[in-house]
Design a protein around this ligand. Structure first.
Ligand code: DAH
Length: 358
């Protein structure tokens, strides 16, 4: 092997040893750089004759071209390797399943509320909403509740700041305050239309459209166990007119419960009870005729004929107006509807429980 051939062979071997583009460029300098082997050889030709310069020059050029070809090949190889490594590092597995966004759903209590509103809606009841921070007047006094009634004690009621000692504010303990709140608005509206003004204190004994309303919502009591939560849901109902009797109450609630539970043979029992705002009063029990709970009496709410004092607080003359009211436990209905035995599950916010109702 002559000198030139050995320089080319060395250059090729050295290029192969270079692991990075930077290393390769350094190695290149040893052959093609200013004081590289090839450049040195070119300089060495100065002493040669013209003839020798021709042949030697041509030979060196060939060697130089061979080295450049090897250099470019190695450059390409290193670039390819680098790209390959990068692709591998950033590899995406396009066969992996994508991230899915689950579809949400309504809370089981909301589902029951929707159903309650739809059923009563079909019987001509409108839906009213009221405040959860309520005055002592609407929650108790207007509902004919005596000053010393146990429900008024700190033990049962959450009192909140903002009221006075004579007129404290509280978290409503039931949806019943909506009876008077809604009725007062209703009476005022129709009285204004009929008489043009509403005299203070004078009870209304004129004609007006019936009050037929439900008021669902959150209620609060100092109470907490498997069947009681400090926050729970009730649905109030009120139907006041000139000739609304206990018979209508029985019909409406029986029809409602049978529709809600989709059981035509469901039985209701009106058990005599006491509430300050109704007279007579009854507790509502239901009995399924089939299924896991068949035969058992389950209490679902209270009801009664609206007390004349409450009718008065609505601004109506009890000689003309009469009606019934009821209040039902919405959480209780939801537990029965879905076979849930611990009320707390509704308020824990556990997605595994809630997603079953989607
Ligand atoms: N407010 C009562 C409670 O929370 C339930 C109730 C009873 C509501 C009788 C009524 C009623 O409207 O007439 O226990």
């Amino acid at each position: 092997m002559n000198d030139l051939q050995s320089v080319v062979a060395h250059a090729k071997a050295a290029f192969e040893l270079a692991r990075t583009p930077a290393e390769l460029e350094n190695t290149k300098a040893q052959y093609l750089g200013k004081s590289g082997r090839i450049t040195e050889m070119m300089k060495g030709m100065a002493a040669l004759s013209v003839e020798e310069k021709k042949t030697q020059g041509a030979a060196i050029n060939l060697a130089k071209q061979a080295i450049e070809a090897a250099l470019n090949a190695r450059r390409q190889a290193l670039a390819d390797a680098e790209l390959q490594a990068q692709l591998q590092a950033e590899a995406l597995d396009v066969t992996l399943p994508g991230r899915q966004r689950g579809s949400g759903g309504l809370h089981p209590v909301s589902l029951t509320l929707e159903r309650i509103e739809a059923i009563f809606g079909s019987m001509g009841f409108e839906v009213a909403q009221g405040p959860e921070i309520e005055s002592d007047w609407f929650n108790f006094t207007a509902l004919n509740t005596p000053e010393d009634h146990p429900a008024r004690s700190m033990h049962d009621t959450f009192y909140v700041e903002g009221g006075t000692e004579q007129a404290p504010n509280l978290l409503r303990t039931h949806t019943s305050p909506m009876q008077v709140r809604h009725a007062v608005q209703h009476v005022k509206k129709h009285r204004m239309a009929a008489e043009g003004s509403v005299p203070a204190n004078a009870l209304f004994s004129g004609a007006m459209p019936e009050i037929r309303v439900i008021a669902p919502g959150r209620t609060y009591r100092v109470d907490s166990d498997a069947t009681h939560s400090p926050m729970f849901h009730q649905c109030e109902g009120l139907w006041v007119g000139e000739n609304i009797s206990f018979k209508d109450l029985k019909f409406v609630l029986t029809d409602f419960c049978r529709t809600l539970f989709e059981q035509d043979d469901l039985v209701l029992r009106f058990r005599p009870s006491f509430f300050p705002f109704t007279e007579p009063s009854a507790e509502i029990d239901i009995q399924f005729q089939s299924g896991a709970l068949a035969g058992r009496w389950l209490e679902v709410g209270g009801s009664g004929q609206v007390h004349p004092n409450v009718i008065r607080n609505m601004g109506l003359d009890p000689e003309r107006y009469i009606g019934f009211a009821f209040g039902m436990g919405v959480d209780r209905f939801t537990m029965l509807r879905y076979g849930v035995n611990d009320l707390r599950l509704f308020f824990d916010g556990d997605i595994r429980f809630l997603s079953q109702f989607r």
